[in-house]
Design a protein around this ligand. Structure first.
Ligand SMILES: [Zn+2]
Length: 263
């Protein structure tokens, strides 16, 4: 139906939920107009898996990094491994990294999350790579770290859940916001209003699959092909055609993730 080009800028096809039918899922994504799927690592192991998936499938690219909830057993040599892996021409960013205070209430562990986040930002800066940031109920600390330790690093606040004020702060820093399934939910709260006001050239579409499938697939296993439902909702909110939104958000992904253009 749609011949437009879309990129799912945040997926987890290395998740065990895709272990049985990855091939079919990727074929379905291509059949739905996708030209790129960026799989994000959340552990050292999944980062490696994202890189090998990218070498196996032309449409796949990789983010490498360690998620805050997985950050506690990171070793010094893991940072060296990230640097080595980043040389692969299909590794487009350091991600997903960040802070998660929803699941972590312990202050010492939160401090450790911050340290690991800062160290991975430093790697991104050193490598001149953008970052994909996960932030759950840690808006203030995340923004502060991006502004200070992350100065000069460009990135996206994936699955944006912050306020309009936070969105404006990110805009000042030349950052992007990523929108996914929750934008289509009835209880999306303030997100639709933020998206209406936020410039389209700073928005990326993503699925974060296998979780958070957009309406009309809500509750099912999510997959990259469903990114079209996110783009449709975005088009509706912006009063633009699906084609325009598909084209622009893909251009945005290519502007942020410059290595997408190199392969
Ligand atoms: Zn994710």
């Amino acid at each position: 139906m749609k011949e437009n080009v879309l990129i799912d800028t945040h997926a987890h096809l290395t998740d065990e939920k895709f272990a049985q039918d990855k091939e079919k899922i990727i074929t379905n994504a291509m059949g739905n107009g996708l030209v790129g799927i960026i799989n994000m690592g959340d552990t050292m192991q999944s980062s490696k898996a994202c890189v090998s998936l990218a070498s196996e499938y032309k449409i796949c690219y990789a983010g490498i990094g360690v998620h805050p909830e997985e950050a506690y057993d990171m070793h010094d040599d893991d940072f060296d491994s990230i640097i080595k892996m980043s040389k692969n021409n299909k590794v487009v960013c350091i991600g997903e990294i960040g802070l998660d205070y929803y699941w972590e209430k312990d202050q010492e562990k939160r401090a450790l999350q911050k340290r690991i986040f800062v160290q991975q930002l430093a790697i991104a800066k050193q490598l001149n790579l953008p970052v994909c940031v996960h932030n759950r109920e840690a808006h203030r600390d995340t923004l502060e770290i991006i502004k200070n330790e992350g100065k000069g690093v460009q990135g996206v606040m994936h699955c944006f859940s912050g306020s309009m004020e936070m969105a404006r702060e990110l805009l000042k820093l030349d950052w992007y916001i990523g929108v996914d399934g929750p934008l289509t939910f009835k209880n999306a709260a303030k997100l639709p209003e933020i998206v209406k006001e936020f410039p389209l050239d700073r928005i990326l579409v993503e699925t974060d699959c296998p979780y958070m499938a957009p309406v009309p697939m809500r509750g099912k296993r999510n997959e990259p092909a469903f990114v079209k439902f996110v783009a449709e909702k975005l088009a509706e909110l912006k009063g633009l055609s699906f084609e325009t939104v598909a084209e622009k958000t893909t251009a945005n992904a290519r502007a942020l993730y410059r290595k997408l253009n190199a392969v």
